[in-house]
Design a protein. Structure first.
Length: 166
């Protein structure tokens, strides 16, 4: 079923293998080309220390705001397909390891969803400075359901080592 009105969704982008800037730029084009979906705003790129597993190169991260009529599950599946087109292979044993491209559906309107393979808002969004810094750039007053306002969530995490790329 398609939403009656466009939904405001947020997607986190990241990567730390290969020509990451080019990959993220091309991934943005692919996201913007999704049916019934338009990028409304995008953050700057940020260089961020590796999270979860620190024995790898720094990441580049960004966040985009979408307007979409795609349902959440279809949007997520489309993002995962874009990752695969760019060479991403998801392996459970390599959960926080290096990757050519990571596209995370962070928020889908104000919906709270907990299904197999789809949890919204993203379950660790409120803990991750590499998501909150770019999200706060484009939507500081946004409320994350069950967690609070983005600017307040950002104030509660360590942002050391995160820097905008000019």
């Amino acid at each position: 079923m398609r939403p009656d009105a466009p939904i405001r969704a947020f997607v986190g982008l990241g990567g730390n293998e290969g020509d990451v800037e080019t990959t993220l730029t091309e991934a943005l084009w692919a996201v913007d080309a999704l049916p019934q979906t338009t990028i409304r705003r995008q953050s700057a790129l940020y260089r961020t220390p590796a999270w979860g597993r620190t024995d790898q190169p720094d990441f580049l991260n960004a966040v985009v705001e979408l307007q979409t009529r795609m349902v959440a599950r279809v949007l997520l599946d489309s993002l995962l397909e874009i990752e695969q087109r760019f060479g991403r292979v998801r392996r459970p044993e390599d959960r926080w390891g290096p990757r050519v491209l990571d596209l995370d559906l962070l928020l889908y309107g104000d919906e709270v969803i907990d299904e197999a393979g789809l949890s919204l808002p993203h379950p660790r969004l409120h803990e991750r400075a590499f998501v909150l810094v770019p999200l706060a750039e484009i939507a500081p007053g946004l409320t994350v359901p069950g967690r609070g306002v983005v600017r307040d969530l950002l104030a509660a995490v360590d942002t050391a080592g995160i820097e905008a790329i000019p």
